[in-house]
Design a protein around this ligand. Structure first.
Ligand SMILES: [Zn+2]
Length: 255
């Protein structure tokens, strides 16, 4: 009998086959930076896409004259405009305070509610295991979203969502981690690269023209490098796994 390496026992799903995608981001603009061109590609190919932003983005300025409450309003507007450009049909805003204290169980439950409402077959979120990631919101949100993917199918997890809100347990088929140091999936985003840049331009409160130019240059260089040898020009990279990989599966880091 042919021996199959343990790491190959559980196949990696095809991200571009996702028909309903929930994109989760810690702050308005993270998903555009990490996955904007892939989101636009999936939307263009007919997938239904929702974007859930966990924090309100109130810390996103170095200017003491900026009013945080006003910044929250500006960033919401920028996020809605950016979502429209990428073809995101629905947006959810959880409004946890940017950089504040987040109760992990509460964040997990709130993301679970959206999973049960929108019923995606794929969830996309930033990789919480990115080495050297110092931002607590990124670590917390990445983990909470993946925890939600483990629990959202259990009828006895947050049962009030089922009894009082009429929702049903729902489980995703795959998770796709953007901003990952261990990618296993490279999406050809050559045709939608300009939409990613157009979406990033909407986040004027975050990127002045000089910063935007620098960011665009860096992202394009990275996309070309990630596409090298694959027969296309620009790629966005993801770590794609199934929820099964996310618990007691020691090979997950190397599949
Ligand atoms: Zn962020």
């Amino acid at each position: 009998m042919e021996t199959i390496p343990v790491k190959d026992l559980l196949p990696i799903p095809e991200l571009t086959a996702a028909r309903r995608l929930l994109v989760v981001q810690p702050h308005p603009d993270d998903a555009e930076v990490g996955a904007g061109a892939t989101i636009a590609k999936l939307a263009r190919d007919g997938a239904a896409i929702a974007c859930l932003t966990v924090t309100d983005g109130r810390l996103g300025t170095e200017d003491p004259a900026v009013d945080p409450a006003e910044l929250v309003r500006i960033r919401r507007r920028e996020g809605e405009e950016s979502a429209r450009i990428l073809g995101v049909a629905e947006t959810y805003w959880l409004d946890f305070p940017d950089g504040g204290i987040m109760d992990p169980a509460q964040v997990r439950a709130r993301i679970t509610r959206v999973l049960r409402q929108f019923k995606p077959d794929a969830l996309m979120v930033n990789d919480p295991w990115l080495p050297y990631e110092a931002h607590p919101d990124h670590r917390a949100v990445g983990l909470a979203a993946l925890e939600a993917c483990l629990f959202s199918g259990f009828p006895h997890y947050c049962p009030e969502q089922l009894k009082e809100e009429g929702l049903a347990p729902h489980k995703v088929d795959q998770v796709a981690l953007y901003l990952s140091a261990y990618p296993n999936t490279y999406v050809d985003v050559t045709a939608t690269w300009d939409l990613k840049l157009e979406a990033l331009r909407r986040h004027q409160s975050q990127f002045n023209p000089g910063m935007l130019e620098l960011l665009s240059f860096y992202l394009a260089a990275k996309a070309r490098e990630q596409a090298q040898g694959r027969g296309f020009e620009m790629a966005e990279a993801f770590k794609v796994l199934t929820p099964t990989h996310l618990h007691c599966f020691e090979e997950a880091w190397r599949v």
